[in-house]
Structure formats: C-alpha cells, structure tokens
Design a protein around this ligand. Structure first.
Ligand SMILES: *Cc1c(COP(=O)(O)O)cnc(C)c1O
Length: 392
C-alpha cells in the first residue's frame, strides 16, 4: 500500500460532524428505515419560485460565463442596497464580496486577516467550522465557554479577559447556530465597544438575521459608530432566509482594504460564484419577501412544540431559542455524553440529532426544527421514549 503524506493542515482537520450525521441519516432512509432527521442545518422549504425563475431565465439567455470574481456589479449593488435599507449601513459595491456560500465568506475573512501567532476568540457553543478555519489559517482559536444558565451569551468581562496583544479577531454569531441565541442590541454594543477599545476586528456572522421570534431584534455591531463599522466584517448569505443552501452563495461587507485583499484571494482560488445563480440572488434581494412571514410563523409553531416536548423529558432541560431554527437542549441529566446519546438515539429510535461536542459543548445536543410539525411530534415522541428507557 502506497504511503501518502497528507499535509498537516489537512491531516489535523475533523470532517464536519453535522454533514456526517445528515448523510448517515439520509443513507438509513435510503435503506428503507423510517428515520426522523433533526440534524439538518438547512430550511425544509423550497427556494421561492420567483428566485428560481430569475436564475432559469439567466441560464436560458446564456448567462453562463465567468463573471468578475467578486460577483456581478448588479448583485454587489443589490447587497449594498440591502445593508443601507435594512441595517442603515453604507457600503460601496467595492466593499462587498460575493462568495460560494456564507461558509466560503467566513473562510475568506479568516484567511485574509489571520496568520500564525494570531489568536481568534470564539464563544462556545460555536458553529463547528470556525475553529477549523482558524487552524487552517495557522492561527489559534481561543474558546470562551458559555452555558444555558446565561442563555449561551458571552459576557463583556469574559471577552475583555480573553483579549491579549495577539488577539486579531472576535467571532460573533447572532442569531446563533447551534443555540438559537440572539444577543440584544445593547449586549452586542457592549462586546463591540471592547473590540473597538482593544483594536480587535469582529467577524459578525449575521446569516440568521431575518429568523427571529418573540419580538427579538437584530442590530449589526457595525451600526453603532464609525469605529464599530471600521472594526467589523459582516458575513451573510442566501442559504437560510431564502432557502438557497444548494446554490452556494454568500456575501460579506468589509472595510475597503480587507475587501480588496479578499478580492485578490478569491480571484486565485474559486474565482466567481456561479454566474446564473447570482442572477437569482439579485431577485432574492430585490424581489418579493412575501415568503418570509409564512416561514417564520411555521418555524415559531414548531419551535414551541419542540421546546415544550423537550422540557417534559426526564433529564432534559431546554432554554427557548429566539432565532435561527435550532434548539440546544441540555441532556446532562440523562447521564450520557452527547456523542453516545446521539449514537444510541439514532440506533434505537432512528432519530438523528447532532451531538453538542461538535459545537464545543458536550452536555447538549442540537435539534433543528427545520422539519415538519408532524416530524417534530413523531421524532420527539421517540426521543422521549429513549430518554425514559435510560432511567428504567
Ligand atoms: C448556514 C451557516 C452559514 C453559511 O452557510 P452556507 O451554506 O455556506 O451559505 C454561515 N454561518 C452559520 C452560522 C451558518 O449556520
């Protein structure tokens, strides 16, 4: 057998556990098992028709060639308009970069701003790709643990204490994947103030901006002052609020010199995101948003159903989420760690959930409610039986 030398940067990576669980569940389904999947990190709704039509029209018209590597001017303008309209933020189209998914936008930001010796502060539970991306940039992730006792929010004191002369970047994700936590505007400002004071950049992942419940509001950290704006790179994308996960389209807005560096980086890696998909994205931003209230009403109903059922299970407690489409129940009362809990739940009851350890929090599991109410009831009835069997 030939021995292949795998570069350290790739050899040390763990493959994305959420994607792994999702494909295991899909495989079991394909084999005829009646699996209920709570693992997916994507909406179960179809992309709205007018968006698909715009892309199909562009494809039919032959819009199938290379575009400028950071996106077509029309889309960069539509994104700049979105920031002005919804967030009160003024960006020139040249400060906007369109990439192949929000994940790619995050990767670009980290690669363009961090290097060996730099520290990146990441509150846990975190989106599982952040620390791996930081390591790929040869920088060091500094994890700030939080718990359900504080609604998974990192405090200003915690952030201040973690900053060193090497701190380069603070990663903020509100509304959050995996917890659904939404920081209040004032809490965001307090964290932003510290970064401004200490000269730390903020990567603000706002991809769940539009998915809010119980009257929660979103305010971008960049919007508090010119100094906050100058310290912030906003990452966003079309995957969640427009259900376009498979389209691979994300975007970012950054201070000019950072955008310029990312433009160069992307021109030598992926080049442009898919040409005709970008035309669909223009429609997503400029066209009707009528789908959103319908989706939000449906998510809200499912969230309440799931939250009540989870809290009724012995050994399980769950804070309600205020955004995104996740709940992050604490399962420590069952006596199992998250990995074993999820493995046995899938084997015995055919219910797929993601172990919290993937997000740096082993006492929890992630339940996505981006699935039908009927599935939620069925899956959580099974989980209830599973949890009770542990007690027996
Ligand atoms: C889904 C998601 C993204 C981006 O996903 P893409 O499919 O790459 O657009 C970015 N950040 C978080 C926290 C997410 O959950």
């Amino acid at each position: 057998m030939m021995q292949y030398k795998i570069a350290r940067r790739a050899a040390s990576l763990s493959p994305s556990l959420t994607l792994a669980i999702d494909s295991k569940a899909k495989q079991m389904k394909a084999e005829g098992h009646d699996v209920v999947g709570f693992g997916a990190g994507e909406p179960d709704f179809d992309t709205p028709q007018h968006i698909k039509d715009a892309a199909a029209k562009a494809l039919a018209a032959g819009f199938t060639k290379y575009t400028p590597s950071s996106g077509i001017p029309e889309l960069r303008q539509a994104i700049a308009d979105k920031f002005q309209r919804e967030n009160g933020l003024t960006y020139k189209p040249s400060q906007v970069i369109v990439s192949c998914g929000g994940k790619h936008s995050c990767f670009n930001v980290i690669l363009a701003t961090c290097e060996e010796g730099d520290e990146v502060i990441i509150p846990a539970p975190y989106w599982l790709s952040y620390p791996e991306m930081v390591k790929l940039a040869a920088a060091t992730p500094v994890i700030l643990p939080t718990s359900d006792k504080t609604e998974f929010k990192v405090t200003p004191e915690q952030l201040r204490a973690a900053i060193t002369p090497r701190t380069r970047l603070f990663i903020l994700n509100s509304p959050s994947n995996p917890t659904g936590t939404v920081y209040t505007p004032e809490e965001i400002k307090a964290l932003g103030d510290i970064c401004v004071e200490k000269g730390v950049l903020i990567m603000s992942d706002e991809i769940y901006e539009h998915l809010l419940y119980d009257g929660a509001t979103h305010r971008s950290v960049a919007s508090w002052s010119k100094a906050h704006y100058d310290h912030t790179i906003i990452v966003h994308g079309f995957a969640k609020a427009w259900s376009m996960t498979g389209w691979r389209l994300g975007f970012l807005a950054a201070p000019e010199p950072i955008a310029k560096a990312i433009d160069a980086l992307q021109s030598h890696s992926t080049s442009n995101p898919t040409s005709f998909a970008q035309k669909g994205a223009v429609e997503a931003l400029n066209g009707s948003q009528a789908h959103l209230p319908t989706w939000l009403a449906e998510y809200a109903k499912r969230r309440t159903e799931a939250w009540q059922r989870l809290n009724a299970m012995p050994g399980v407690t769950c804070v309600n989420s205020k955004g995104a489409f996740y709940l992050f129940p604490n399962i420590s009362g069952t006596g199992l760690k998250s990995d074993e809990f999820c493995r046995r739940l899938l084997e015995t009851e055919k219910v797929a959930a993601v172990p919290g350890i993937a997000f740096g929090a082993d006492d929890y599991i992630r339940i996505s409610y981006a699935t039908s109410l009927a599935n939620i009831i069925k899956g959580l009835e099974r989980m209830d039986r599973f949890v009770r069997s542990l007690k027996a």
